[in-house]
Unconditional design. Structure first.
Length: 210
């Protein structure tokens, strides 16, 4: 079960508290949540993965400003029965008609420092252990760049298709319009020039994320 960790299933409130406490050492979080260090790191990794149900469950609410009188949307996960979801929906709607506002998570001090470097135009190589917030920071930077330069001003790419799906991008080869990338410039340049969409990307992109 992908929702299970050392202390059992993770609740939405636990996920929210964990995300907002992610700058703390994993050992401290393990004590706070009564879970293993590995379980904490694994959960943080899930909360940064847009393809994982834990991420979708958390951000379906944290990205929405809730106010009184509005129904709370309940996302049914793959391993929950319809009855469980209906029961949860009923409890949320009836017992909490005026849920508190939850703002979208913001970067911590270290992440903000890295983001400022990137947004200032510095070439940055982003690295770190699992669970430290690389994917979250990358999405934060991408959204900030798009707000500044527009959708066409930012190229979001990765070296493989699987990696690209994690950041809602495309492969670098696809973005560049070079197909499999076999051959030198003399062979690849005509291929790019024949691809109007690729040519437009080369002309309009101000920041390329790989």
């Amino acid at each position: 079960n992908s929702l299970m960790a050392g202390g059992g299933a993770w609740s939405l409130e636990e996920d929210f508290r964990l995300w907002n406490s992610r700058s703390k050492p994993a050992s401290s979080l393990a004590t706070e949540f009564n879970r293993s260090v590995g379980g904490i790191r694994s959960r943080l990794k899930h909360l940064q993965d847009p393809t994982h149900k834990a991420y979708r469950r958390l951000f379906s609410i944290t990205d929405t400003h809730l106010s009184g009188g509005k129904k709370v949307e309940v996302i049914c996960l793959d391993d929950e029965s319809d009855d469980d979801c209906k029961a949860l929906d009923a409890r949320v709607t009836s017992s909490n008609p005026n849920p508190p506002n939850r703002s979208s998570p913001s970067p911590n001090a270290e992440q903000k420092s890295a983001a400022d470097l990137i947004l200032s135009g510095t070439n940055v190589f982003l690295t770190g252990a699992a669970g430290v917030g690389k994917s979250f920071l990358l999405r934060y930077v991408i959204n900030s760049l798009k707000a500044r330069s527009g959708e066409n001003g930012v190229g979001v790419t990765a070296s493989t298709g699987i990696a690209a799906t994690h950041i809602e991008g495309v492969t670098l080869h696809s973005w560049a319009g070079i197909g499999l990338g076999k051959g030198g410039p003399a062979k690849l340049l005509p291929k790019v020039l024949e691809n109007k969409a690729a040519c437009n990307r080369w002309r309009t992109t101000k920041t390329l994320v790989i």
